[in-house]
Design a protein around this ligand. Structure first.
Ligand code: C5P
Length: 220
């Protein structure tokens, strides 16, 4: 059967997760946060004491292929431990970006990601959902916002969780992560040729959600 997929790709802190999970909720579709898989792989490898570099590419890929993960009630459980908060730190994001640049690690996670495509449908967010994982998706959205806006949103998120961070550091971190994600040889961050661009700078979440749902209706 043809199972519908909506892809939402874009740079760090562009609001992909908020948009994609809300669109999934409204449509009653499943939701895949593919970045979480790279964050978990980075965390598992770090905990195993591995440097996140090419010398350990195949060891990390083997770990990624058999990650004992469970997603339940919005929590992420790795080998019985709740790692939901541990994978959300800036360091975890940077480590995810490092392991995600290793081609064997990306290959190891393909089948796991495609397995989320189940009826009645899926909304998937990441960097290469539309270019690599679900190239036949009928709707691909490439979400952007200015670096200043993205740093500002990330800053507010952290402050609300009681974590202190400076805007300048956050902006430098996200620009470094985007540069690595866009510059890598395999599945670099870039819009799919058939992606619709959405710049959500100055948009409310509701406005972005309405835009994507509108595009989806036009496809039906
Ligand atoms: O989206 P999130 O910030 O959680 O992703 C963490 C990192 O995982 C990204 O910086 C990127 O390097 C990597 N990633 C990826 N491909 C995806 C999703 C995330 O390379 N589909």
């Amino acid at each position: 059967p043809h199972i519908p997929v909506i892809c939402v790709d874009g740079p760090t802190a562009s609001g992909k997760g908020t948009l994609a999970s809300e669109v999934a909720r409204r449509l009653g579709y499943h939701y895949l946060d593919s970045g979480a898989l790279y964050r978990i792989a980075g965390l598992a490898a770090t905990r195993a004491g591995l440097e996140l570099d090419v010398a350990h590419e195949h060891t990390i890929a083997r770990m990624a292929e058999t990650l004992p993960i469970v997603f339940t009630d919005g929590r992420v459980i790795l080998a019985g431990e709740d790692v939901t908060d541990a994978i959300r730190t800036e360091t975890a994001g940077m480590n995810a970006s490092k392991v995600s640049a290793l081609p064997a690690v990306r290959t190891a996670l393909v089948a796991l990601q495609q397995g989320f495509r189940k009826l009645p449908g899926l909304v998937a967010d990441g960097r290469d959902m539309g270019t690599v994982i679900f190239p036949d998706a009928p709707l691909k959205v490439y979400l952007t916002a200015s670096a200043a806006q993205r740093a500002d949103r990330r800053h507010k998120q952290l402050i609300s969780k009681g974590i202190s961070a400076t805007l300048a550091d956050l902006r430098a971190d996200l620009e470094a992560r985007d540069a690595r994600d866009s510059g890598r040889a395999v599945a670099p961050l870039k819009p799919a040729e058939d992606a619709l661009l959405l710049d959500n700078s100055g948009q409310t979440v509701e406005e972005s959600v309405a835009q994507v749902l509108g595009w989806w209706e036009e496809k039906q």
